[in-house]
Every structure is written in C-alpha cells, then in structure tokens.
Write a protein that binds this ligand. Structure first.
Ligand SMILES: CC(C)(COP(=O)(O)OP(=O)(O)OC[C@H]1O[C@@H](n2cnc3c(N)ncnc32)[C@H](O)[C@@H]1OP(=O)(O)O)[C@@H](O)C(=O)NCCC(=O)NCCS
Length: 175
C-alpha cells in the first residue's frame, strides 16, 4: 500500500487556557438536527468499545488487526476523537481518529474513518478539525499523518502538505 506522509505546521496563536482545561472525556453536540443528520456528538478521549471500532473499520474495508494490539494502541494514544450518532435504541460509532505524540513537539494522526453511510456530509472535516484543535490546545506544533493516495485532497483541504521543504516520510518494514 502506498502512503503519503503529510505535515501540518501551524503558527497560529496558542488557544486560550480556558479551552484546554476540561474533565475528560469531553462531549460536544456537533449536529442537533439537519436535513441529513441528527444527534451527532463528538467525544474526546472516550473509552472506546473495541468491537464497535472494529465494525467501523470493517465498514470501510480495512484489514482487521489483532484486537489486543488495537487495545494497546488506543491505551497509548495521546488523543482519541469519536463521532457518535445517538439514537433511542443505541449510540452508534460513526467516526473515529486518534493521535500519538511525544507530548511536546510532534503528533501523528492515525485511523481516520467515517462510516460510509455518513461520508460526504462534512463529518470527516469536523473530526479532523477537532483532533487538530485538541493537539494545538496541547501546544503541539507539528502534526503528521500517512495518507492513502485516494484521500490526498481530503487532507490538503484541511491544510496538510506533502514534503514541506522537500522533507520525505520514510518507512522501514520487516522483510
Ligand atoms: C476520508 C474520509 C475520512 C473523509 O470523510 P468525509 O466525511 O467523507 O469527508 P467530508 O465530507 O468532511 O469532506 C471534506 C472535504 O474533503 C473532500 N473529500 C472527502 N473525501 C475525499 C476523498 N476520498 N478524496 C478527495 N477529497 C475528499 C470533500 O469533497 C470535502 O471537500 P469540500 O469541503 O471542498 O467540499 C472518509 O471518506 C473515509 O472514512 N474514508 C475511508 C477511510 C479512509 O480512507 N481514511 C483515510 C485513511 S488515510
């Protein structure tokens, strides 16, 4: 699989501290009721049901990963963002992204996904804006990610650039 290493550098002013301090997890109503969407919540650092996450990843055809390893990856993530559709019967996980970090300078975003039934409605952008906002609140200045070739423009519209100043992402895989 080909990936593009993307960078997001932001020199904007640091967000105010009142935006930073909150009791985790943080839950915000994103869309109350629009033509297409109802009761969509964005939740930061929610405890995630691994099987719901697996279902979401299945829905976009991602290769399954060992659930124990996914659990460890989530436990060691710096920020997780979930999009939830709240129904009377159940809460449905419809979007997800997470970031790992050195907690100081750098963060890398992983596992960006929106359920196919909810794609092309602006939710991917909302999810990404939220995770970037969280990272900026934590004073992270360089945000990177690995983009599948078919979603390069999705990330470009969010301000990510490939190869800034000629810098290339490089990979090492076991043979
Ligand atoms: C990529 C993904 C997260 C985008 O989510 P989404 O909710 O459909 O995206 P949005 O509706 O918020 O679109 C935001 C913008 O990106 C553009 N965009 C969305 N998907 C795109 C794609 N696959 N290729 C190019 N541009 C895309 C939209 O046209 C929109 O542009 P606009 O604001 O100028 O209209 C979603 O399609 C997905 O989960 N895909 C499968 C998993 C995947 O590939 N994840 C990324 C792995 S690197």
């Amino acid at each position: 699989m080909t990936f593009w290493h993307f960078f997001f550098k932001n020199n904007d002013k640091k967000l105010l501290s009142q935006d930073i301090e909150y009791i985790q997890p943080k839950e915000v109503l994103l869309i109350n009721n629009s033509d297409e969407l109802k009761n969509i919540y964005i939740i930061i650092n929610k405890e995630i049901n691994l099987y719901e996450l697996e279902e979401l990843c299945d829905s976009v055809g991602w290769v399954r990963r060992p659930i124990k390893k996914v659990k460890t990856a989530l436990e060691n993530s710096f920020v997780t963002v979930c999009l939830i559709e709240k129904n009377q019967d159940r809460n449905l996980l419809i979007g997800f992204a997470r970031a790992t970090s050195d907690h100081s300078f750098n963060a890398t975003i992983w596992d960006v996904v929106i359920h196919p039934n909810f794609q092309s409605k602006g939710l991917g952008r909302a999810l990404m804006n939220e995770i970037i906002k969280e990272l900026r609140c934590k004073d992270i200045s360089t945000i990177t990610l690995f983009a599948d070739p078919q979603v390069l423009n999705f990330y470009r519209t969010l301000g990510f650039m490939s190869d800034p100043d000629g810098v290339k992402g490089m990979f090492w895989y076991p043979l």
